[in-house]
Design a protein around this ligand. Structure first.
Ligand code: FAD
Length: 513
């Protein structure tokens, strides 16, 4: 029986490979070097697909999806995953036994910049990295407005989540419709659709923050503004969490005044030991930290003001005035001036992260990202920083607020129901085979304790870059927005072909509203 099953499975696979080889494409399938895509930044899962498509054109993607969709009964398990820069953590950009589409190989990747019309915009491939988009738009003196902390991520990859950083309080996330004006999407039926707020708006909103469930973003129109040349970059330290959050909230809410910062973040360092170092902190900053730390938790506010050289004096004066209103520990002011690109491109986990995965096979990144309503942030801080992480080095934890008014629209992403919400990003690394506190199992257990606490205390927290293993957990995540999410799945990817490793809609099972 087993042999018969294997023989049938092998024949089905051979037929599928032959049928894919017959497709008329400008790009090509690779059926051999599949381990090239069997990893991601998280370094926990290594799933082998059956084939990798290196598309040259959007038609290559459409033709492939149409083929799989039309033969849905013949290949009832076959799924397709768009792979951006694979910076997801739990295999979301991988595929077991199906097809991975390498989005970065799209040749229609040239960035077109429209600098005459208002608003100015760039048309860019969904597989393009944000750092490359930035370099292109700067040639016209222009820049996108909303960023992530790290720029080696693809446009399609971040738009499938939300794309947030310290600019989000001012410009909203990257998926806000003032930042992304239009998309070209290939749906789960293989249709190529242009969409925007005016045209096919349901698909447009659905795809933004849609975790790759409704279509593959092949092009995006990103809104631009004039680029500044310089950045005043500031870090200050607080002894108490509530002083940090009070100042952060004051700063984001005064963002409509004549002077406001352009970037507001913050982070917490727990249990700093004497020999602790981090690429995140300069040596000079480390000395300041050690002078005030004494084994305590430390809270940092991080600010940036973008400006041009002719405004230097004014910016200095206004920054000083604004800082004088804040309650940080006085001698902890750390200030520098850097170029705009140097600031945006400040994080370099690795220049080629695949090499890093090979070089450090024992390191994993068990990150969790939580969105917390402002009214619960102190309860959260007291338990998580004060108890759960009290004796653990779990650094850094990014924490910063933004206004929902700059965020909420009809996109797929779900956030807590309050005007001001905080992001808490636990972005540590773990040793895969260690049983110490920095071992993967221990760190996952700590993450679990944090998640269980937020649920038990009913804080109304939502995961950002969400990871859930069952459909019930996804239903709870989406809450009353589940029905719309599932309806969109039925409309645009009724066979559940796309992005299976988000683990929301299993292929071959009915989509239940
Ligand atoms: P991938 O990991 O390749 O894909 C992620 C998901 O999106 C997969 O399900 C995939 O199938 C789908 N997908 C990919 N491309 C497309 C497409 N074109 N169309 C449709 N679906 C697609 N996020 C923030 O918001 N702010 C940050 O500051 C931030 N910093 C980060 C720093 C690091 C070092 C890392 C590892 C991650 C960070 N992230 C941040 C998270 C990041 O935004 C997401 O993991 C994002 O999905 C990564 O983009 P990617 O191109 O690597 O996508």
């Amino acid at each position: 029986m087993n042999n018969l099953y294997n023989t049938n499975a092998n024949k089905e696979k051979d037929d599928l490979i032959s049928s894919l080889k017959e497709l008329k494409l400008k790009g090509y399938f690779d059926f051999e070097n599949i381990s090239n895509v069997a990893f991601d930044f998280g370094n926990t899962y290594h799933l082998q697909p059956m084939a990798v498509l290196y598309p040259k054109t959007v038609n290559d993607i459409s033709t492939t999806i149409k083929h799989v969709f039309k033969n849905g009964n013949v290949y009832p398990q076959l799924t397709i995953t768009a792979r951006g820069h694979a910076h997801s953590l739990q295999a979301q950009s991988q595929n077991q036994g199906g097809i991975v589409i390498s989005m970065e190989s799209l040749e229609e990747a040239e960035v077109y910049v429209e600098s005459e019309k208002q608003p100015c915009y760039a048309d860019v491939s969904g597989g393009e990295l944000w750092i490359k988009l930035l370099r292109e738009t700067l040639k016209y003196g222009l820049t996108p407005k909303s960023w992530t902390d790290y720029l080696n991520l693809t446009v399609g990859g971040t738009l499938s989540n939300a794309g947030i950083s310290g600019e989000a309080f001012k410009h909203g996330p990257q998926i806000h419709t003032s930042n992304v004006l239009q998309l070209q999407v290939v749906t789960g039926k293989g249709d190529i659709v242009n969409c925007s707020e005016q045209q096919n708006s349901d698909l447009f909103y659905g795809v933004l923050g849609g975790l790759g469930q409704f279509g593959i973003i092949t092009k995006a129109r990103i809104s631009l503004q004039p680029a500044p040349k310089l950045v005043k970059w500031i870090r200050v330290v607080y002894s108490e969490f509530n002083l940090l959050t009070k100042d952060q909230e004051y700063l984001i809410l005064s963002s409509n005044d004549s002077f406001s910062f352009d970037y507001i973040e913050g982070f917490v360092l727990t249990n700093i030991v004497n020999n602790w170092t981090s690429t995140f902190i300069t040596k000079q900053q480390l000395r300041v930290i050690q002078s005030v730390s004494q084994g305590k938790l430390l809270y940092f506010l991080e600010l940036a003001k973008f400006f041009n050289p002719q405004d230097q004096t004014l910016v200095n004066r206004k920054t000083e005035k604004m800082l004088s209103k804040l309650k940080y520990i006085p001698h902890t002011l750390m200030e520098s001036e850097v170029g705009y690109v140097d600031f945006l491109d400040r994080i370099h986990p690795s220049s080629e992260f695949r090499l890093e995965v090979i070089e450090y096979p024992n390191i994993s990144f068990p990150w969790i990202n939580l969105l917390i309503p402002k009214s619960k942030i102190h309860l959260f801080g007291a338990e998580v920083f004060g108890h759960i992480l009290a004796n653990i080095s779990y650094n850094p934890i990014l924490i910063y607020p933004f206004n929902q008014s700059r965020w909420k629209d009809k996109t797929s992403v779900v956030t807590p129901e309050e005007e001001v919400i905080y992001l808490a990003a636990f972005v540590s690394q773990a040793k895969i085979n260690s049983s110490g506190m920095d071992g993967l199992e221990n760190m996952l257990a700590v993450n679990q304790r944090i998640l269980e606490f937020t649920e038990k205390a009913e804080l109304g927290v939502k995961q950002y870059l969400p990871f859930h293993e069952t459909q019930d957990a996804w239903r709870a995540h989406f809450g009353k927005r589940w029905k719309l999410f599932a309806q969109r799945k039925l409309a645009y990817d009724p066979l559940s072909i796309l992005a299976p490793k988000q683990r929301i809609f299993p292929r071959g099972q009915p989509i239940l509203l």
